[in-house]
Ligand binder design. Sequence first.
Ligand SMILES: C[S@@+](CC[C@H](N)C(=O)[O-])C[C@H]1O[C@@H](n2cnc3c(N)ncnc32)[C@H](O)[C@@H]1O
Length: 347
Amino acid sequence: MKELKIHNIHPYHGKFYYGIPQYFIEKYGVKCKSIIDPFCGSGTTLVESAKYDKNCVGVDINFLSYKITKAKISKINIEKFDKYVNLVLNCKNFSDINFIDKEYWFSPSNYFDLCCIFNGISLIDNEIYKNIFEVALSSILKTCCNKRKIWNNGYIADNVLPNIESKTNLRNTYIKRLTFFKNAYKELANLNLDNVNVIKSDILKYNNTNEFDMMITSPPYPFAVDFAKYNRLSYYLFHEDLTVAVKDETGARSKRNTKNCVEEFFSEIEKLYLHIMKMIKIGGYACMTVGNTHRNNKKIDFVNWLIKLYENNGWILLENSERQLTKQSMPQKRIQVEHILVFRRNN
Ligand SMILES: C[S@@+](CC[C@H](N)C(=O)[O-])C[C@H]1O[C@@H](n2cnc3c(N)ncnc32)[C@H](O)[C@@H]1O
């Protein structure tokens, strides 16, 4: 099955290649009815599960992950969508939306457009559509923000602000984006999305014992990525607290500098995994992609640690295969090989 456009409505770090959930479902999940992705990110598992008529719950701690996934599993009426496009694009209210360090991040004209569009979206009287228009706006922030000459990822670092004005026109980019969204939703028209749902929560606080036939996920790897910081501009746009998000995120890269960070990571992720294991029925499957990482040039063997954890808790390893990663964004280049792990719960 080909990739749906909806998978590309918003960039997301560590996003699954859509063929991975497909592979897991076709090889292990034909008879499974219910699936959970406890670290669902941008919701790839949910959309792919819907294609196979499965029930699926996605959970993620990141507010943007929730918004993107919610947008991906929403159905729209094209005429209503067009009506809201007019409403948003005709808004002339340029009151300041109080974006942090706005004068660094945007040219005056792009900031003017950003304010008008954001204020226009606030006039939408339907939460589903409002979220979709917000996600569309969030998806173009990195394209339209100001840059730095060498390191164009100023949006990740704490102390690096851009200093070269962007030539990309924010309003035109948004208009093009809305057309892309519209086409993506047209493609979704025949997909039944009634049985997929996303929840914004720390997975540790989500309780559902023995509920699911299958888990499909890509967990946070130790210190590989800062999911919240990677979306810094979206946090600023929606006035979400980035500092709290970084603190709450498991395995965030910016936590790698404290003395006991590796032990702390493993103790935290062990709690999460033991909790998730209980959610899968006996005989059910846990399918995941996992990578090893490094800290101070020392390998962190996350793959073998996970295998031991599952086996010690009565699960059987069914598959441990390797996958070379080719297309990667800058911070991911640190990981060249990913493991595909599949376990079955035995007791
Ligand atoms: C590798 S990403 C998942 C990407 C996803 N497979 C996709 O296709 O977009 C890992 C996710 O784990 C989330 N996460 C980190 N700590 C978490 C926690 N304690 N509870 C729930 N989600 C968490 C991050 O916010 C991130 O979205």
